[in-house]
Design a protein around this ligand. Structure first.
Ligand SMILES: Cc1cc2nc3c(=O)[nH]c(=O)nc-3n(C[C@H](O)[C@H](O)[C@H](O)COP(=O)(O)OP(=O)(O)OC[C@H]3O[C@@H](n4cnc5c(N)ncnc54)[C@H](O)[C@@H]3O)c2cc1C
Length: 374
């Protein structure tokens, strides 16, 4: 069996690793010109099931490395004012496993065949059931199964399920990161909490690697090369609907809304790494009607993009990767035919994917009361 995976995000790479581990041929096609072509280095909180899913896709020999490049999350989830006084609680405390998305991507990429600068433009299914994927700047690729793991604006979904389109919630946010130095020791109670004032919310989260990723890889898995990055604070400011257009940079957009805020909070934004700061929109994709199962399917944000305020998009993409991996292994072993395996995956994925989007939207008003997520 040969599988073409479109999109080198967490979901697509986890699937490709899982298939490679089972001896199934998988190639990944990524639109970006390189793997670190744009800012993607934010931290993610995985729940135990999401972490287990990515672990299951990786070879066992890398599990010690995976365990060394994460941290345990336990956050009080307070609501604080701009002077860091507690004024409420966001909800029950959250626990989980914190990973850096870019570091995890590097681990997931190791040993895979990944073609960059390969933007999918369309595909055809031939009479014998094979799929030919077409790309903007490279020749076509033929496979038994094409998996669209190409994110919220999925080109694969555009052909397979054109009626399923993203909804813009109108909420925008600036995300960035700042090296975690002693100067920010006083902010620790704000990690995992929401700081609110002047019509905006600022969210902070620390990323403290158990061991710096590059050194951890050198010690535990010399066949893996991980980026040389240290601990940092990830911050995100949710902007009101008219936010930020007049500001020259995303960083200035945040600072202009923090006049009189606690000096450590302002210093955190001032010292942010400009290359790792970005203005993003919150768009969701609700899984619509099912298509007849065939040799093309979708996973992750391509079919169920959640609001980041739900903290469940990566968890769900990784769950998809693990589930599809297991279904395809059953097919490769002769326990089920390919279309039966794809159908079994899609039946489950549609159900929990729709629930993931719903629950993420339920949590959006706590961060952006003016959001229109319908
Ligand atoms: C700031 C922020 C914080 C978040 N925090 C959390 C969290 O704490 N917990 C959590 O579970 N989730 C979180 N999420 C959500 C999570 O990041 C996403 O749900 C997850 O990364 C989706 O993975 P994916 O593989 O489906 O898609 P993506 O990671 O979007 O990957 C899609 C890939 O496809 C490529 N691509 C696109 N079009 C094409 C094309 N035509 N041809 C080829 N390649 C293409 C893209 O370049 C990209 O590399 C957060 C998201 C954001 C933005």
């Amino acid at each position: 069996m040969r599988v073409s995976v479109v999109g080198a995000g967490l979901g697509g790479l986890a699937l490709a690793q899982g298939l490679r581990g089972a001896g199934i041929e998988a190639e990944v096609f990524e639109r970006d010109p390189g793997i670190v072509a744009r800012f993607q280095g934010y931290r993610l909180v995985l729940d135990p099931a999401g972490f287990q899913a990515v672990r299951a896709c990786l070879p066992a020999r890398w599990h010690p490395l995976l365990d060394e490049i994460v941290m345990d999350a336990s956050a009080e989830q307070l609501v604080l004012d701009p002077q860091l006084n507690e004024i409420g609680r966001l909800g029950a405390g959250r626990t989980g496993i914190v990973v850096d998305r870019q570091v995890l991507r590097h681990l997931l990429l190791t040993g895979l065949t990944v073609h960059t600068d390969a933007a999918l433009t369309g595909y055809d299914v031939s009479a014998d059931g094979k799929v030919t994927a077409r790309f903007a700047r490279r020749g076509p690729a033929i496979a038994d199964l094409l998996v669209g793991a190409d994110g919220v604006a999925s080109a694969v979904r555009g052909v397979l399920s054109p009626q399923t389109v993203p909804t813009d919630t109108g909420v925008r946010f600036v995300i960035g990161r700042t090296p975690l130095t002693d100067e920010f020791a006083g902010l620790s109670k704000a990690y995992g909490s929401k700081i609110t004032g002047d019509g905006v919310s600022l969210l902070l989260g620390a990323m403290r690697f158990r061991t710096p990723p590059k050194q951890a890889a050198e010690r535990l898995a010399p066949d893996v090369t991980l980026p040389d990055i240290g601990d940092y604070v990830r911050w995100a400011m949710i902007l009101p609907p008219d936010g930020s257009t007049a500001d020259p940079t995303a960083q200035d957009a945040v600072l202009s809304r923090m006049a009189g805020w606690h000096p450590e909070l302002r210093a955190l934004i001032e010292q942010a790494d400009p290359d790792n700061t970005a203005l993003l929109s919150i768009r969701v994709v609700k899984p619509g009607g099912r298509w007849p199962s065939g040799p093309v399917t979708l996973l992750g944000d391509a079919i169920h993009a959640t609001s980041p305020t739900g903290g469940n998009g990566a968890n769900t993409a990784l769950r998809d990767a693990d589930l599809l991996r297991r279904c395809l292994i059953a097919s490769a072993d002769g326990r089920q035919d390919l279309l039966g395996a794809v159908g079994a995956y899609e039946r489950q994925m549609f159900e929990y994917g729709a629930e993931a989007v719903r629950s993420s939207l339920d949590r959006l008003p706590a961060f952006a009361p003016e959001a229109k997520p319908s």
